[in-house]
Every structure is written in C-alpha cells, then in structure tokens.
Write a protein that binds this ligand. Structure first.
Ligand code: 6R9
Length: 678
C-alpha cells in the first residue's frame, strides 16, 4: 500500500478521480495546469464538483450544480435531495458494509468498562445504524423533535456523540455542538442563541485522569438560560462514570430514553433539500459573541466525500484516525460525517494523547494498525519533547498518510514526524481549512508525489476546484513570496450557507475584496511554485493549541469582572501550543495589581469562557493601554511588545507612555517568571 518515496499510487487512478478526469490527471505533468483547468470558469467548477456529486447517492438529483447569480449567497446542487444519516449508514449498508467496523472507540482509562456496552467499543455499520434509528425514534416520538429543530450537544468524546449527530440528521433536525472545554456561561449563551429545547450531555468526563462534572456545568447553564428567559425542557444524560450526580425533573438518562424502544425500530431518513441546514457550529470571530456558522446537506457532503478520497486516499482496508475533538469542525467533518460517508473504519479516542504515558498515541497506532493519521501540530510538538524511545518502542509501519490541521506547522515539527513517524515514506501535509469552509482546501494527496514534492511547513497546493489567492490591501495578487491576505476566489461546495440568523454578519468576509471573494482572515504567502504557506491570523483571532478563540471574546469576558476597567488580548508565540493569550488589563480605582488578582482574573476567565481560554492565559497589569486618538486600542503594538518586534508606525498613537508601560509590565512579568523557574 505504501508507495516508494516519490512514486505515484496506482490506486489514485482507480478510485479517486471522477471518470471524466481520469485520463487527464493520470497524465498530467503539471498539476498546476490541471488545477487551473478545474477552476478556470463556472463550467469547469461545475464539471469538477458535479463529477464528484455523481458518486454520492441522492433521493432526487440536482437540477443545477451551482447557482452563482446572487453572490455571496451561493446555491449548490440546487433541487437535489439526500440525508447525511442516510449517506453515512443506509448507503454504506447498501454497498455491502453492514458488518464492517464503523468506529473503534477507546476510552481514556484502560480498565474502564463502566456503562460501556461492548458494541460501543467496536461498532459495525449495522450496530451504528440500529442505535441511530432508536435514538432518532426516541427524539421524534418521545420528545417531539421536529424537522429544523436545533439540539445542543455538550458531550465528551464518547460513541453516543456521533450517534446523536446522525439521529438528528435522520429526522431532519440539526445540532449545535459546544466543545466540552467551554464554561457554563459560554454554553448558556450558545443554547440561547439557537433556542435549544433539548440539551444532550453526559454525567461526567475523563480528561488526563481527572473527572470533569459535565452535568453540573449543564445545570448551571440551564439556570443561566432560565434567568435570561429561555427554558430548556429536557437534558438527556449519557452515563459515562458510575458516580451519583445531581438530578432534576427535566433530566432523563439516555438509556432510559431508549428503554422499551425495540432494537428493530426504523426511522425513514428525512428527504433533505441540498441547501437545508445540517448543523450550526459556533466559532470565534473578531466580535465578542461567536458566530453561528451554518452548513448545508448536499454541498457539505460532496466536499467531504471528495476530500476524504483525495487527501486521505481512503480504501476499504484503512484504519483511519482523526485525533481531534468532535466539538470542533475538524471532528464534525473528519471524525464523523466524512469517514462514515466513505465507509471508513475510524478510530475515536476519548482522552489526551500523552495519558497515562507519553506513548499513548503511538501505542494506539500500533494496536489498531492505523494507516491514516490526522492530528494537530500542537499534539506533535508536545510529543516531540519526550525521549524518542517512546515512539521507537512501537511498530508504526502501518502508517501511510499523516496530515496535520488547525494551525501552521513549523518545518522542524514536520521533519520530526515525517522522519520518525513516517519513515520518510508517507504522504504528509498541513491541510488548511476553516469552520467556514467545511472541508479541507489545501494539502498534498497521493498521486502528486513526483509532480509535487513535499515541502516541510507548507500547506501545499489548493485541491482541484478550489481557487486560493494571496492579495494585497488593494486586492491585487501579491508577488510570489510576498505576504498578503488569503482569500477564496471561487465558491466551493462545503461553504457555509450563512451565519445563523445573521445574513449581514455572513456578508462581512465577502466585503473586503468584493462580493464573490471570501476573505479568510489569514495571512499567507504563495511561493514561486504556487504552494500556499499560511502564516497565521491577520485579524484578532487566536489559535491556542489549534483552538480558535477571539481576542474580543476574552476581553469582553474580563471587563465583566468588577476589578477590570479595560483589557486588550494578543497572542504570543508558544513553542508547543503555537500561540497563547497575553492579556493587558487596566484596573478600576481601588484595585491593586498583584499575583492574587492575576489568579482571580484567570479564574474569572475559566468561569466565563472556560479552560480553553484560561489554561494558558497570562494576565499583565498596566496603567493605560495604547490607543489611537479616536480611542481604539492598538493591539498591534501590544503584540510587538510581547514578540519583541519593532513597533512600526506609531503616528496615530495617542500617548506613547502606554507602550512604555506595557513594555515595563511585560519585562516585569518575564523577571517574575525567570525567578520562579530558579
Ligand atoms: C480546521 C480549523 C481556522 C483557522 C484558519 C487558520 C488556522 C487551520 C491550518 C491553519 C495553518 C493549517 N489553520 N489549519 N493554519 N495551517 N493547516 O482549524 O478550523 O477552528 O475554524 O480555524 O485555523 O488560521 O483561519 P477553525
């Protein structure tokens, strides 16, 4: 299965290219030329994506691949009907995968079997099909869930999460998943935003050997909802641990909900229009409230199916492992919908990659014979710190593709994993994409080996049918090697449909460079060979260990604390996590800066946003923040302070003392940290 270094995979020709392109792609000497031919005009785009759509199964065929008459509102596979649950289950069974393993699940504690029936650990497509049907039936018949209703899930990485996702899809409902590292307040805000009547959670979760009381957090969130006038009628609770938890009349155990529903119950998958909503996922932008990215059914499915085949080259023999969390878009697309839609056997792991020992990840690759691994640069960098012996002890020869996602990968980390994990003989790349794109946009896929050599640290070339450009401030393409703004210059099938109940917000990234150009918010460089190198965010969005969080979100949380007058958050590069938040605060009169208040403010962050914002945060105290004369905080200057970069143009700065004070605060902090180390 593994190609010789630089060789082209035979399989490439056979199963990952739509028939009309087969000959061309096989003969291409120049991928760039081939790529151009798939994006040169609307017909080319329609031909490429239409070819892939034909490989999926539709209840009703589409009339038009792409309607681009009203940008930025694009319509994909207009008139088509299908259903994600149908594609992931029924269609797989129809293709003979009834007894194939859909999921292999591993809990974090090795010895734990509590509440975990055996078929959850190794679950065939048929097992999954039956479970999803029962849940779908319970949701519809017992709880009255209707088409279009949005349920909120706040769940750990347990098999019930994909089951509930598929069950909602089956009955035409949608989900909004909130990552379990968010606090009760953040959860409440997201529940209210989509108006969920039903929340699905678990009693507790395991993380790095500790137990987190999820249900208690949900109780708090529901109370906050009630205070703000929104009633959650039901909390469905999956049993994960065996300890007792607080209970309310609205709560119902997942296993009780399914009791007395026969194993053979069947629920017809709802006929969903291609453009119907499949799910909402909240993600951070530059405003204090995250935005509800709304995805479609048909276009999303086509984008996922294509990238699963192109980037991961999936065959029926693969064991595929995406080591992300389902709470983020990577998990939605590449742990659940993408793998199932392509009939893959996917591994799902509950816990931390280095628990209980630093070789957990490698041990799992060996034990399950993982052939395709999709992970994050942060995971790689954190595991690189341990003695190589941890890795060498395990047989990793089954791996043939290893990609990363979520943040830029530094060449050193790429080289380390390419050599040590990949024997310098795997297809490897850093796939760039976003919550808004729904699926992978760049990367390196098998078959391009000879034509396109790998380059450590790059994001490779855009996939066919996707046009990425790097533009300067006035919208002109940058010269090779010159930094600019990364944009999507053509529509793509998995694109967000809109922002939930916020079409104006949706239009914002389509306004910087014109209505048909999507501004990603990233800085990038295109090199002379056309490879894309994404450098990081150009806006005030941070990527902490690959988790997306906005400066504005962190700041507006902090100013809710009675001690804080103003706050300004910037990202500081971190060797392992990529980036960590540094927050400059000014205090109200009567409050004294110091370690106690620093700790209190971190606790406040934890309470209002969650550990995802608080764990790696550093609080700095200063007397004033650098501002423009019109009163806008100049985060750019604070960023320069924490990175040691030059300040650049400071003509608009109102009071230069603010920068000096920030510098002092930063130096003071470094001294304190150095002393602590000693
Ligand atoms: C999938 C996901 C999107 C932002 C994106 C960019 C960063 C993602 C990357 C990458 C460099 C990669 N990003 N993948 N940067 N190389 N391979 O992460 O979605 O959480 O919405 O974040 O992540 O900055 O704009 P999301």
């Amino acid at each position: 299965m593994v190609a010789e270094k630089g060789e082209i995979y035979d399989e490439f020709e056979e199963h990952i290219v739509p028939p009309s392109w087969e000959e061309r792609i096989w003969r291409i000497k120049d991928y760039k030329e081939f790529h151009d031919s798939t994006v040169k005009d609307k017909e080319a785009i329609e031909r490429w994506w239409g070819g892939w759509a034909e490989k999926l199964s539709w209840f009703k065929n589409w009339e038009k691949v792409l309607d681009d008459s009203n940008p930025p509102f694009y319509r994909w596979f207009v008139g088509g009907e299908t259903n994600l649950s149908y594609l992931c289950l029924d269609w797989q069974i129809e293709q003979g995968r009834k007894n194939k393993l859909a999921f292999i699940w591993e809990g974090e504690p090795f010895d734990d079997t509590i509440g975990r029936p055996k078929e959850l650990k190794k679950c065939t497509y048929y097992d999954l099909y039956r479970r999803v049907n029962r849940i779908a039936y319970a949701l519809r018949e017992k709880l009255g869930v209707k088409k279009g209703e949005i349920l909120t899930f706040y769940l750990p990485m347990i098999p019930e999460l994909p089951q509930y996702m598929l069950a909602t899809q089956r009955i035409g409902a949608s989900h909004s998943i909130v990552y379990s590292g968010f606090s009760s307040l953040a959860l409440a805000e997201r529940i209210i935003a989509v108006g969920s009547r039903i929340v699905v959670t678990a009693d507790e979760l395991y993380r790095r050997g500790k137990i987190v009381p999820l249900k208690e957090i949900v109780d708090d969130a529901i109370e906050i909802c009630e205070k703000r006038g929104h009633r959650v009628e039901r909390a469905i609770v999956v049993k994960r641990t065996d300890r007792s938890i607080p209970w309310n009349s609205r709560d119902i155990w997942h296993h009780e909900l399914l009791r007395r529903i026969t194993e053979n119950v069947r629920v017809e998958p709802e006929r969903m229009g291609s453009e119907d909503m499949s799910f909402i996922l909240y993600t951070s932008g530059t405003t204090s409230m995250p935005k509800g990215v709304q995805h479609s059914v048909g276009g999303y499915a086509v984008g996922l199916y294509t990238t699963m085949k192109l980037i991961f080259d999936l065959t029926d023999d693969d064991v595929y492992w995406c080591a992300a969390d389902v709470g983020w878009i990577t998990g939605h697309s590449y742990i659940v919908y993408g793998p199932l839609m392509t009939g893959t056997t996917a591994l799902m792991y509950e816990g931390a990659p280095d628990y209980p020992r630093p070789d957990r990840l490698w041990h799992m690759v060996e034990r399950f014979g993982v052939s395709i691994l999709y992970t994050s640069p942060t995971a790689i960098r954190s595991l690189m710190k341990f003695p190589l012996e941890n890795l060498k002890r395990h047989d990793l020869s089954t791996l043939r593709i290893v990609h990363t996602v979520g943040e830029p990968i530094n060449p050193e980390a790429f080289r380390w994993y390419f050599k040590n994990l990949g024997r310098e003989d795997v297809v490897a790349s850093s796939t760039w994409w976003m919550t808004e794109t729904g699926h992978i946009m760049t990367g390196h896929f098998p078959g391009l080996g000879k034509i396109f050599p790998l380059k450590p640290g790059t994001n490779g070339y855009p996939i066919p049918g996707v046009k990425l450009e790097v533009l300067d401030e006035s919208g002109n393409p940058c010269k090779p090697g010159v930094r600019g703004y990364l944009v999507l210059a053509t529509p793509w099938p998995g694109m967000l449909m809109t922002l939930y109940k916020d079409p104006e917000g949706y239009a914002v990234p389509w306004s910087k460079f014109g209505k048909s150009v999507f501004y990603t918010g990233d800085y990038a460089v295109k090199d002379k060979d056309g490879y894309i190198w994404v450098l990081g965010r150009a806006d005030d969005v941070l990527k902490i260990a690959g988790h997306r969080i906005g400066s504005a979100e962190i700041e507006s949380s902090l100013v809710l604390n009675p001690a804080v007058a103003e706050a300004a958050c910037v990202g500081r590069p971190d060797e392992v996590k990529g980036e960590v938040p540094y927050i400059f605060t000014t205090l109200k009169q009567g409050f004294k800066p110091g370690p106690d208040l620093g700790a209190e403010l971190k606790a406040h962050l934890r309470k209002t946003i969650g550990p995802i914002a608080a764990s790696d945060a550093t609080i700095l105290f200063t007397d004033r923040l650098p501002k423009t004369r019109s009163g806008k905080i100049m985060r750019r200057l604070l960023k320069a302070v924490v990175t040691g970069a030059s300040l650049g143009d400071i003509t608009t700065l109102e009071d230069e003392r603010a920068v000096e004070e920030a510098q002092k605060a930063y130096e003071h902090l470094r001294e304190v940290m150095a002393n602590e180390k000693r």
